[in-house]
Design a protein around this ligand. Structure first.
Ligand code: ADP
Length: 255
């Protein structure tokens, strides 16, 4: 079942000072089915975050349509959980309160917040750290808090913008395994922004390979590899080669 539909989306950013416009996205169309794990892959500046922000409702297309659950996106909503590169935690609140932040804003009682936070703390592997503060945790653990917070709202879709970009390679690899497990257990639908080919191939059921500005989808690839993904297998490398070919700048037409 189609959960997200992006139809002919173009986004122009006006540069009032210079009197010019930047075309961040050019006629992008893609659909995401329920339980898909779509990676948006492309070089820096190709419009990945712009596209994610439109699904989140933080931004609007200049033309075209973005629908989630059959309804045009007008604003952010609890049906879409967002995880950023920096987990934006409240440093004065312990882990469990950070996980339950949305419930705090909606004036749930302390007992309710504590109770509802626990299954998600368990799910991201933070049992035993409920009363720690963000400054006492590693980068990877803080990112888990951000993921648990997004999951707690039981959103239709989780939107992730380079969530592991600031982590060291080993922690990132561990987080990939963890996220894959969470995706499977929570049966969620994920849209994940990355510029890492291996990251996209380790996680995605599909990869939308984007071209440099103006951002377009060069190809939507369905990743038919067994999980957990073996990054050293010949099949993995076949996909990698194909994506590298797509990411190579297009040759200028002969004069
Ligand atoms: P990516 O996530 O792929 O790195 P972005 O979506 O952040 O790319 O940006 C795409 C393009 O749009 C870039 O050239 C960027 O400079 C431009 N852009 C993004 N946001 C704005 C903005 N608020 N105002 C002007 N230009 C912007």
């Amino acid at each position: 079942m189609t959960l997200i539909s992006i139809q002919g989306v173009t986004r122009l950013y006006e540069d009032a000072q210079r009197g010019t416009a930047v075309k961040a996205l050019d006629n992008v169309s893609v659909t995401v089915q329920r339980n898909d794990f779509l990676c948006l892959l492309g070089p820096s500046g190709c419009g990945k975050s712009t596209l994610l922000n439109m699904i989140a409702g933080f931004d609007r297309p200049t033309s075209g349509l973005v629908c989630v659950g059959g309804r045009p996106v007008q604003a952010p909503g609890v049906d879409r959980g967002v995880v950023f590169q920096q987990p934006t935690l409240m440093p004065w609140l312990p882990v469990w309160e950070n996980v339950a932040l949305h419930l705090r804003m909606r004036r749930f009682s302390k007992t309710q917040r504590r109770k509802q936070a626990q299954p998600y703390i368990d799910m991201v592997g933070l049992r035993g750290f409920e009363n720690h503060y963000p400054s006492e945790l590693s980068g990877g653990m803080n990112q888990r808090v951000g993921i648990a917070r997004a999951l707690l709202m039981n959103p239709e879709v989780i939107l992730m913008d380079e969530p592991f970009g600031a982590l060291d390679e080993q922690t990132r690899t561990d987080m990939h395994a963890e996220l894959e497990r969470i995706w499977r257990e929570s049966r969620s639908t994920i849209v994940f922004v990355t510029h890492g080919i291996e990251e996209a191939l380790s996680l995605g059921t599909h990869i939308a390979v984007m071209s440099a500005r103006p951002g377009r989808i060069r190809e939507l690839i369905k990743v038919d590899l067994p999980r957990p993904r073996d990054t050293t297998s010949p099949q993995f490398n076949d996909y990698k080669r194909r994506i590298l070919g797509l990411l190579r700048p297009e040759e200028p037409a002969p004069a």
